[in-house]
Write a protein that binds this ligand. Structure first.
Ligand SMILES: [Zn+2]
Length: 207
């Protein structure tokens, strides 16, 4: 938790995943923070990005890179945490866990935490090649509990995915927006049978 000391979004962190309403979250993250988290400080950032909250993962849990220069970014991998937001956040911050994600969306209110900059390689897909070329988005919930997949979660995640597609010119199709289960060699089943892909892709294409 040492890394929090110099972060300007500590209040955002404390609120993350706490089930607070959207009104309580709306003003916590400055757009400058979102730009910094995306690794593009000083450059133009698409206004289509939803509000995100920078909650850095342990530096032991991802690989520093300089994407998309070093590796093209052509895939978004959709995950379900099998943990609460707070527990998953602790995992990403624990250097012993060796796992991370770029983003995680909270079930209750669609709050988006960012844990790894998009230029860096998060360890989420269980496949090095896919990790190098993808952005990982975790969703708070369990694959067998569809009640976690709320309207707020779908909307927030779809807006984020749409913005990432725009930034890297990724086609908004199921070839490029895939579930963890679809990663070659995957030992995970997420996002599972209750994830509504038709609904999600319609939202992604609507933003
Ligand atoms: Zn997964």
């Amino acid at each position: 938790m040492e890394a929090h000391r110099h972060q300007p979004t500590r209040r955002g962190l404390l609120r993350s995943g706490a089930g607070l309403g959207a009104a309580a979250l709306g003003l916590t993250a400055a757009s400058a923070t979102a730009a910094q988290a995306a690794g593009t400080t000083g450059e133009a950032v698409s206004t289509a990005y939803p509000t995100t909250h920078w909650i850095p993962a342990s530096s032991s849990n991802y690989t520093v890179s300089n994407r998309p220069t070093t590796y093209t970014i052509n895939t978004i991998v959709i995950h379900v945490t099998q943990e609460t937001f707070q527990d998953a956040m602790r995992i990403f911050k624990d250097p012993a866990k060796q796992v991370s994600t770029h983003y995680m969306v909270a079930s209750a209110d669609g709050y988006i935490g960012q844990f790894v900059r998009e230029k860096d390689i998060a360890w989420h897909a269980g496949n090095w090649s896919y990790n190098t070329h993808s952005i990982g988005i975790e969703h708070e919930g369990w694959v067998d509990q569809p009640e976690y997949f709320t309207d707020a979660l779908y909307n927030s995640s779809a807006q984020l995915t749409a913005a990432i597609c725009t930034r890297y010119k990724i086609p908004r199709t199921r070839t490029h927006i895939i579930g963890h289960v679809e990663v070659p060699g995957a030992t995970h089943t997420d996002p599972g049978p209750y994830w509504d892909w038709d609904r999600y892709m319609a939202l992604v294409n609507a933003y």
